[in-house]
Unconditional design. Structure first.
Length: 197
């Protein structure tokens, strides 16, 4: 729930989605790469009107509930992709953003942008420690996926605890080196600052 303020800014002010039609083709995509934080996603889905009643939130991580420990596509309304292994979500998000770019090139015409959505991904330190995330970030930069927006929870911890002894990357510089536009110094607990970024 540590990214809740970022989620409020994104889901309340930017994300285009329709709880009544979760499969709307031109919806924005949201990927929770750090899937062990799934309660945040379930709370967002519940509060924004998806068919996920409070009883399901109370049954979090219980056998048969729609609120598994990690998000599962096809199991919970509004979940775009299954995430579990760290690093998997950013790779899926890159694939979604690439699909948007290719579909837009194929079907959009001047004055008629029928494919025009963004892919947003929440990332944590654990996600970015995985080698596959390095490859996905590099591909996104090389392919100039400008509609892929990553929000990074730079809190110095993963599900296993502090990451300082082994994760010493300068993450903003890594993304910049791969061609990303990086906005630094945003207080992730300031909804207005996240909104402005």
């Amino acid at each position: 729930m540590g990214m809740a303020d970022m989620a409020v800014a994104l889901w309340g002010r930017h994300l285009r989605h329709n709880p009544a039609n979760p499969q709307w083709a031109d919806r924005d995509r949201f990927v929770l790469s750090n899937g062990h934080g799934s309660m945040l996603l379930y709370a967002l889905l519940h509060l924004t009107g998806y068919k996920l009643p409070i009883e399901e939130l109370k049954n979090f991580r219980q056998l048969g509930s729609k609120t598994a420990g990690h998000p599962e596509v096809g199991h919970t309304p509004g979940v775009e992709t299954t995430t579990g292994p760290l690093g998997q979500g950013i790779t899926n998000a890159v694939g979604m953003a690439l699909a948007e770019k290719l579909l837009a090139a194929e079907f959009n015409r001047e004055g008629h942008a029928i494919v025009d959505h963004h892919t947003y991904v929440f990332l944590g330190d654990g996600c970015l420690m995985e080698g596959i995330s390095h490859e996905a970030v590099a591909l996104a930069g090389a392919w100039k996926l400008g509609k892929l927006i990553a929000l990074y929870d730079d809190n110095g911890i993963s599900i296993d605890g502090q990451v300082a002894p082994w994760f010493i990357d300068d993450t903003p510089r890594r993304f910049e080196a791969c061609g990303w536009n990086v906005i630094r110094g945003v207080d992730g607990h300031d909804v207005d600052a996240v909104d402005a970024a």
